[in-house]
Design a protein around this ligand. Structure first.
Ligand code: HEC
Length: 129
């Protein structure tokens, strides 16, 4: 049987599209999360990513979570009063300069100066569900 040229052309286009999509969504995105996971080492001394609290609250599910509400952690009054859900923009501001973003909060951490590193960390935080 002969494959019709039309079908062959369609398959070629589909294969090309799949390849292009993989190139965009695949390695680049994975690398950011991986870099974020590595950079998270500086947070891990205080923050778990499971249900346990340490010096800081667990960061499991932190993206989209209301600030200062993780069960079982004694948040500062400043953090409880912040009264906003953590989205990417607010997290970026907080990780740039914690005291400027949430004045009076008690996280003993001066911030991450590198914007790409913050973006990678946030990409990693988004995977913690
Ligand atoms: C030395 C300990 C320490 C380090 C290091 C640290 N944190 Fe924290 N973090 C805390 C504490 C303590 C709080 C609670 C602050 C409060 O209640 O005012 C906190 C709060 C937070 C919150 C708010 C959580 C919530 O549920 O509202 C986020 C988000 C956060 N930290 C992210 C990070 C990230 C990301 C890093 C690494 C880049 C980091 N922290 C490094 C101790 C730390």
């Amino acid at each position: 049987m002969k494959t019709s040229p039309t079908i062959f052309r369609r398959l070629t286009i589909l294969a090309g599209a799949a390849h292009a999509a993989a190139a965009i969504a695949g390695p680049a995105a994975a690398q950011d999360v991986a870099a974020g996971n590595t950079a998270f080492a500086q947070c891990a001394a205080c923050h778990s990513v499971d249900d346990t609290n340490g010096v800081g609250p667990s960061l499991k599910g932190v993206v989209g979570r209301q600030a200062g509400t993780f069960p079982g952690f004694r948040f500062s009054r400043a953090m409880k009063g912040f009264n906003k859900p953590w989205d990417e923009k607010i997290l970026d501001a907080y990780l740039t300069n914690p005291q400027a973003a949430v004045p009076g909060n008690i996280m003993p951490f001066s911030g991450v100066t590198d914007a790409k590193e913050r973006a990678d960390i946030i990409a990693y935080l988004k995977t913690l569900k």
